[in-house]
Ligand binder design. Structure first.
Ligand SMILES: [Zn+2]
Length: 415
């Protein structure tokens, strides 16, 4: 009489079910963006309102702890595999493989539910009728001039001073980021309340990897690099909160972050948002300008902004290296695997949205007095894809990448 086989952990079906369900959900989202949009609006918010709120009660980054635990687990698994190879008898203790498989399956399913489907929702521009198209002659320069004026206005109100490396502002900034995003939810389909963004303990390590922030889809946390130049923090907070609101595309998170900063009551946020957008627009202009023209553009920057760009450039250059490049390559592969065909260059697509916002029915909201660049006889766009070689002030995906080797300018730009 045969003895029944002893079961070890969940069966094969249970191990594979989360992967299969994830594949079905992602397949549906990619084929039917309207369904993904419905999911993002009606089902997804349950996660930030439950898991996100609970995680928000704990001041530490749970995602950081999870990464440490996964690292330790990987070391243990490696040790076991080596042991099993050396001593076959040890394989009998290998019944944890199926639970391990089931655990990864659940993480995969959680990622699908909190991020994967949202990558495939309807584009923000389509939903709100933003007229995205190649800019006419002078449009890009006009946008630049308006952003310069925004930066100057915020600096005049103390935004630049507040953005000097003063860590005591961090608590207030975390609160203001949540308030700014909540205010934006009155006009756009965003969640209305947000858990607090969390500084990462290993922020200097993030800098070495060229990361400014990470949204954790497993713990519904907006993590940010608290070591980077302070003026970059408000826009980074809003960028990660935009992911938490269900907008996973990098250009859309950038755009939402800019709007949240721009409409903030805090001059420091308006300053940060203006410089955030200026970085991308400068990069776009550099691609279509001569060196002389580009130098003239840089000369238009408010002195505080030029200095902040210079200091940020110095900061990120000290960390430039193979680790940051590798992280960017991983982020690129991650984004492409999530149906973002532009990879890390998608960060720069925010310029399309900024131009569309300015030219569309939203132009009435764009109240900036600036006429310096409004009339230009030269076409600065001319069909060129300014998104290539983007500034990559990135934040996102696996870790929102900053790519110092491709910055706007070594002389006055950074991040
Ligand atoms: Zn991002």
């Amino acid at each position: 009489m045969n003895k029944p086989a002893r079961r070890r952990g969940p069966g094969l079906f249970l191990c594979l079910a989360p992967f299969a369900l994830s594949a079905v959900l992602l397949g549906a989202a990619r084929r039917v963006p309207a369904w993904a949009e419905w999911y993002a609006l009606h089902i997804y918010p349950l996660f930030p309102h439950t898991v996100g709120r609970l995680a928000g009660l704990i001041p530490l980054s749970l995602f950081e702890l999870l990464l440490l635990a996964l690292g330790a687990g990987a070391l243990l698994l490696t040790a076991w595999v080596l042991l099993a190879l050396a001593a076959p008898a040890a394989r009998r203790g290998g019944g944890f493989f199926r639970p391990l498989c089931a655990g990864f399956g659940l993480l995969c399913l959680l990622f699908t539910l909190t991020a994967g489907i949202n990558y495939n929702r309807e584009p923000f521009a389509d939903r709100y009728g933003l007229p995205v198209r190649a800019p006419a002659a002078g449009e890009l320069r006009a946008l630049y001039g308006e952003l310069v004026a925004e930066a100057a206005a915020a600096a005049a109100l103390g935004g630049a001073e507040a953005a000097e490396p003063n860590r005591s502002a961090a608590n207030e900034w975390r609160k203001e980021a949540r308030r700014a995003m909540s205010r934006l939810s009155r006009r756009y389909a965003l969640i209305s309340s947000y858990p607090p963004p969390k500084p990462v303990f290993f922020s200097p390590t993030m800098s070495r990897l060229g990361i400014s922030g990470i949204f954790s889809p497993f713990t519904l946390e907006a993590n940010y690099n608290s070591d980077m130049p302070a003026f970059q923090i408000p826009s980074a907070l809003c960028h990660e909160l935009a992911h938490l609101a269900g907008y996973m595309r990098e250009e859309e998170a950038n755009f939402i972050a800019y709007l949240a900063c721009r409409e903030s009551f805090s001059p420091a946020f308006r300053y940060s948002g203006a410089l955030f957008a200026l970085g991308y627009v400068l990069d776009a202009l550099r691609a279509v300008s001569s060196a002389q023209e580009y130098a003239a553009l840089l000369a238009e920057l408010p002195p505080a902004a030029a200095e902040d760009f210079r200091l940020a450039g110095e900061y990120w250059r000290q960390y430039a290296g193979r680790a940051a490049e590798l992280q960017t390559e991983l982020n690129d592969a991650y984004l492409r695997a999530n149906a973002q065909s532009a990879g890390v260059e998608s960060y720069g697509l925010v310029v399309d949205l900024l131009l569309a916002y300015r030219r569309g029915d939203f132009s009435e909201q764009w109240k900036v007095e600036s006429g310096k660049w409004l009339v230009e006889s030269v076409s600065f766009y001319n069909g060129m894809d300014f998104r290539r070689g983007g500034w990559q002030f990135g934040l996102g995906g696996i870790g929102d990448s900053i790519r110092p080797r491709r910055m706007v300018s070594r002389t006055c730009a950074g991040t």
